[in-house]
Design a protein around this ligand. Structure first.
Ligand code: PRX
Length: 699
């Protein structure tokens, strides 16, 4: 199936039909506001802060910082002296002052079509207050860390905001992580309590979450860190269900008001195996039992601006995950503002971000940003391909989604099945499409724009990181002329620069290291428990700058193009090559759905290009196709980029969040079997298959 292709390098103008209501309706307005945001950040952010509730006002400068390791310790402070509570701003403020109590905060869409639930701002506030009281009854206090290991259910948002309400620090661990990974994260942040669920379905597959959580807790105990409490939500199990033989059963769910009663799951549950629920009465407590009779009022804990808000682990180049720490006020302002302007949020929008809350995209753009704006969102538990590959578009039509945010990997996955499944839906409600997580190749960009958005919806290609808290480089839908594959320009308050190897700033067009010259409110404050590591990863290489670790090119029009991680840059015969660039030209071939390129040592050239390609369904790999692909890349980039190896890869090794694990591909290309930590790998059988079929000699 050949994707619907658009004109290759044409600039796509900003959406005319959005301009009338848009917050930033033109490039002129963007430039004006941008100048103000970097010239006078105190005034710019100070104005934005007026829309939020502050218990006490800030005293010092709006932002205070040191980005230069040669001048002392790195620090960033925003609105010091002010006190607030984010949960209060997200819920109470919306219910009491903005009169949004009856507005839907979330439409929950379960894994199984028909399994659904809606929760209003008022209901969410009540649930959060109740669970805040539960946490307090379990001894959780301000500053304590709470680990949350849950599927994509409303109660996950309830648990995270309950922590925030009482000033506890949440550390959410994606529910696809292993017991070892969960244990490692609990130990690193010394969490006193774990909140989890019995299990969940991903498509047809039952995930028994509780046994994994138990294994993690056992590992913690073995390492001398007993977690005193584990609160388990019954997401799948029925009241009468017995636990696994040999273990004690959790108490039956009592008839108290909780979110579960609104669900339609019983129909589905009857036909499906129930989860295994081992029970340890010394540690385990049942979410539902704890809620019975608990008050739905809870006074928020007023927190200082720079109190810790949450820890979120992200992989580090050394293998050990980094606990990225975000703090209260700056993160709140930044996620709220980026959400409002980047998606051009309007009160009648229905927004859907397909990420999992276990990742930063879910934190910032499912929970914090949307709720701070009083938005209505869809919270989706399932998979884009279950029960069929039209699921996403069915959901778009069902809820009349206006703003849709997903990842290039999801787009490429669906692109593989062609346009027919998309055309079965109307998608007429869509206004803005977003993408995040990796460079989007123009091929996928055009398919997203032409087929999904029917050429009506601008694509906001948002570049940012767990560490940045929110969007950094991004178009604004009614203002920015788009260039497919470019994250375009900096968001307000963001000052990017491109440095060469010697740390000199490049002026005008050029390619090098992407850095930021001054802080923005949402920047991380430290690596939890290891400030030195924070300084060495982000600030040591180029004193005075925050170093993203990404390569970037600026073109003659000032557009920024992320070229991939610096560690994915290859040096072929003395020329720096971006793997993303090679991948993009491979994917431009109509037979290729996805490509990943890594370096393999070469005696003469230094490095050679080893390419893995996943073909569109139904296309066979052949010598003729291989030759075409080689020519395609050579024609597009130049002889220097001609692939040395092209391997047919029916699937690529990916993390559970969908990122291609290039580190593993490099090992396959080199035939090195010591893969290191592959706990984040989603499907381990893929790796073996690729080893078996690897190319051994260059052509
Ligand atoms: O390499 C960049 C890539 O993802 C990295 C950040 O990953 P993570 O912390 O997991 O956060 C992902 C979600 C924000 C970046 O260093 N990346 C993210 N967005 C883009 C991107 N690369 C190119 N274009 C993007 N839009």
């Amino acid at each position: 199936m050949i994707p619907d292709q658009g004109p290759r390098d044409a600039v796509v103008p900003p959406a005319e039909r959005l301009k009338a209501r848009a917050h930033v309706p033109s490039m002129e307005r963007y430039k004006e506001l941008y100048e103000r945001s970097v010239g006078n950040p105190d005034e710019f952010w100070g104005d934005i802060a007026k829309d939020f509730f502050w218990k006490t006002k800030h005293t010092g400068p709006f932002m205070d910082y040191n980005f230069d390791v040669t001048k002392g310790e790195i620090f960033i402070k925003c609105m010091e002296g002010a006190s607030t509570n984010i949960c209060y701003n997200l819920l109470d403020h919306n219910v009491l002052h903005r009169k949004l109590g009856d507005k839907v905060a979330f439409y929950w869409e379960g894994n199984e079509p028909g399994d659904e639930l809606r929760v209003t701002y008022r209901e969410l506030l009540q649930r959060v207050c109740q669970f805040s009281n539960v946490l307090k009854s379990q001894g959780v206090k301000k500053g304590d860390r709470v680990s949350i290991y849950m599927p994509m259910v409303v109660e996950l948002v309830v648990a995270m905001l309950a922590c925030v309400r009482i000033g506890a620090v949440h550390s959410i661990v994606f529910a696809g992580f292993s017991a070892d990974s969960l244990c490692e994260r609990i130990l690193d942040s010394q969490c006193s309590l774990l909140v989890t669920a019995d299990g969940f379905y991903r498509g047809d597959k039952l995930i028994n979450l509780k046994p994994i959580a138990d294994e993690a807790l056992q590992k913690c105990r073995d390492k001398g860190f007993p977690v005193s409490r584990c609160i388990m939500l019954k997401h799948l199990s029925k009241e009468t269900e017995q636990a696994t033989p040999g273990s004690q059963s959790p108490p039956a769910k009592r008839p108290c008001p909780d979110l579960q009663q609104n669900k339609q799951t019983d129909r589905v549950r009857k036909t499906r195996p129930a989860p295994q629920v081992p029970w340890n009465p010394d540690v385990d407590v049942c979410w539902h039992s704890l809620l019975c009779g608990v008050s739905d009022e809870c006074e928020p804990e007023w927190c200082d601006s720079e109190d810790p808000l949450f820890i979120l682990y992200t992989s580090g180049s050394t293998g050990k995950p980094k606990g990225v720490l975000h703090t209260v006020s700056g993160y709140m302002l930044y996620t709220a503002t980026t959400f409002k302007l980047v998606f051009d949020y309007q009160a009648d929008d229905v927004y859907w971000c397909t990420a999992d809350i276990g990742w930063i995209t879910g934190h910032s753009y499912i929970t914090y940003g949307p709720l701070a704006n009083g938005a209505t969102s869809v919270l989706f538990e399932g998979l884009p391909t279950y029960p069929d590959v039209g699921r996403m578009w069915d959901i778009v039509d069902k809820y009349h989604i206006t703003k849709f945010y997903t990842a290039p990997t999801a787009i490429r996955l669906l692109m593989k099945y062609g346009s027919e499944p998309v055309h079965k839906s109307s998608r007429a409600s869509l206004k803005v499409l977003g993408t995040v997580g990796e460079p989007i190749n123009p091929e996928a960009w055009h398919w997203y724009y032409n087929v999904v958005g029917d050429k009506r919806c601008p694509i906001v290609d948002t570049f940012w990181q767990t560490e940045t808290g929110g969007h950094m480089l991004t178009p604004l839908p009614a203002a920015t002329p788009l260039k497919p594959g470019s994250a375009t320009f900096p968001f307000f308050g963001v000052v990017p620069a491109i440095l060469n190897e010697s740390g000199e700033e490049l002026e005008g067009p050029g390619e090098g290291y992407l850095v930021f010259k001054q802080p923005w409110p949402g920047v991380m404050r430290t690596v939890y428990g290891d400030h030195q590591r924070f300084e060495s990863i982000y600030f040591n290489k180029f004193p005075g700058y925050y170093v993203t670790g990404d390569g970037c090119r600026r073109d003659g029009d000032g557009y920024y193009w992320i070229t991939g991680r610096i560690d994915d840059m290859l040096n072929v015969s003395g020329h720096l090559l971006s793997t993303a660039e090679v991948e993009s030209s491979l994917v431009e071939h109509p037979a290729v759905a996805e490509a990943a390129v890594v370096g393999r040592p070469h005696a003469i050239k230094g490095e050679s290009l080893y390419c893995f390609v996943t073909l569109i369904q139904g296309v066979a790999f052949s010598a003729a196709l291989e030759a075409q692909l080689r020519k395609q890349v050579r024609d597009k980039i130049g002889a220097i980029a001609t692939p040395d190896f092209i391997q047919n890869a029916p699937a690529l090794p990916k993390t559970r969040s969908g990122k291609i694990m290039r580190r593993v591909l490099r090992k396959i290309a080199r035939n090195e079997r010591d893969l290191g930590d592959i706990s984040t790998l989603a499907e381990s059988s893929v790796v073996e298959q690729l080893f078996e079929n690897r190319c051994s000699a260059a052509i």
